[in-house]
Design a protein around this ligand. Structure first.
Ligand SMILES: O=C([O-])C(=O)C[C@H](O)[C@@H](O)C(=O)[O-]
Ligand SMILES: [Mg+2]
Length: 424
């Protein structure tokens, strides 16, 4: 096909929905479907690249607006992508993070440009015949470790028969969940989503996991459900049990107060979520570890910039996830592989997705010993399955959900459910 091989001629933005489990967190419970958006860029010469991001009406509308600005973009020109996205959004930059209130203050421009940056890199890789990890500086590890992401959960969505994971509402249930996840995927570290039950119950859960898996690093993430006092008490009781404690309390000052009172490293995907947060976090000593996430840090190339800043200031780097499909897993794997500083097992929600629901063939993204081998085919190394995309788009249209609302869904079961912070 004639035309410039690297210049964008066409952009497609497709919202999709995939089945989700009733996973509990401090703001409520996951609804029966998780929402994502798939973007596809096509160059004048017909090369295509793909990216994945949040669903949600505000974000989707912004993606469509940005898409309207991308014709003519050169896939190598990150600065032009930033400029075009900024122009498309104008003053419209508040809200719309699609994360049910658990990540606030991230940059709308970074969130909106992220899937397009991934798609640009996918195209660059295809043009050069090199995997995305090479374009990011080269893989420093042949495979990327992920952690077992445990959730308290109901046995089923209301009114449905028990799902295949069943309930996990106490320490024994979580140990069973961890065992199954580790047996299936081979994970060698564990993260527990907390902030669901009173802290003493979650301390007991971590202690039970520690006894059941004495050699595996453990993390606990209550999504800022605790006061600084509660955070310090939990940190004291779990002293020596945790690899890191993630977002025990809200805000840079609260986190700094906790960090000053415990030897346990603190990590965050809540109080350091944009480049603007880094200087004040370093000045206050709020966190020891930043959980990167290319979906809200502006894509893969901006992820490398974050890593360089963490290098400069001696911050550790780990990786956050939300419910996601295979395009995101491929992108996360390339970025983590090419980030020397990223030395912790990354988060992934993959075990909470039906294996037969995806928009790409996830065969190359299989987990072995808890790790995903970095794809070596040109670009991301995963191809869009158009039939599957159409199916999941149909599911989006049919399911009726348009915004993630963990709190609203919880209130259909418990009308008195409150999200006051701190909860404890
Ligand atoms: O580490 C985190 O904060 C998350 O993974 C945020 C997610 O939204 C998680 O809480 C979830 O899936 O409910
Ligand atoms: Mg977190």
């Amino acid at each position: 096909m004639a035309g410039n091989a690297a210049r964008i001629a066409d952009v497609t933005v497709t919202p999709v929905a995939f089945k989700d489990y009733p996973l509990l967190n401090t703001v409520g419970v996951h609804e029966p479907y998780a929402l994502r958006t798939i973007v596809e860029l096509t160059t004048e010469s017909g090369v295509t690249g793909i990216g994945e991001t949040y669903g949600g009406t505000v974000h989707l509308e912004r993606l469509r607006r940005a898409a309207g600005e991308l014709t003519g973009l050169d896939v190598c020109n990150l600065n032009d992508l930033i400029a075009r996205t900024t122009r498309a959004l104008g003053e419209d930059t508040s809200g719309g993070d699609g994360m049910s209130g658990m990540v606030t203050g991230s940059s709308a421009v970074d969130r909106v440009m992220s899937p397009f940056d991934v798609a640009c890199l996918d195209i660059q890789g295809k043009l050069l015949g090199r995997p995305v990890s090479d374009l990011l500086g080269g893989a420093v590890r042949p495979s990327v470790p992920y952690s077992a992401y445990l959730f308290y959960k109901w046995a089923a969505h209301p009114g449905q028969p028990d799902d295949d994971w069943g309930a996990a509402l106490d320490p024994a249930g979580l140990v069973d969940q961890a065992r199954r996840m580790i047996d299936t995927y081979g994970f060698s570290s564990i993260k527990l989503k907390g902030g669901v039950f009173p802290p003493d119950e979650e301390i007991a859960a971590v202690k039970a996991l520690r006894r059941a898996f004495p050699d595996l690093p453990l993390r606990l993430d209550p999504n800022a459900a605790w006061s600084t006092e509660t955070s310090l008490r939990v940190a004291r009781e779990l002293d020596g049990d945790l690899q890191y404690l993630e977002d025990p309390t809200e805000g840079l000052d609260g986190m700094a107060a906790v960090a000053a009172g415990t030897p346990t490293p603190l990590a965050t995907n809540m109080c350091v979520v944009s480049f603007d947060d880094l200087a004040p976090a370093v000045a206050r000593g709020s966190v020891g570890i930043v959980l990167s996430d290319h979906h809200f840090w502006g894509g893969l190339r901006r992820g490398l910039q974050l890593s360089a800043i963490c290098d400069t200031f001696g911050l550790g780097l780990s990786m956050h996830s939300n419910s996601h499909l295979g395009i995101s897993l491929a992108a996360m794997t390339h970025l983590a592989a090419a980030t020397p500083r990223l030395t912790y097992a990354c988060d992934t929600h993959t075990p909470w997705k039906q294996p037969d629901e995806d928009v790409v063939d996830t065969g190359v993204l299989k987990f072995t010993d808890g790790r995903v081998t970095v794809p070596t085919a040109p670009g991301l190394g995963v191809e869009l399955d158009r039939d599957a995309l159409a199916r999941l788009h149909r599911q989006y249209l049919d399911c009726g959900l348009r915004d993630r609302d963990d709190t609203g869904y919880m209130r259909t079961v418990d009308p008195s459910f409150s999200t006051k912070t701190p909860r404890w």
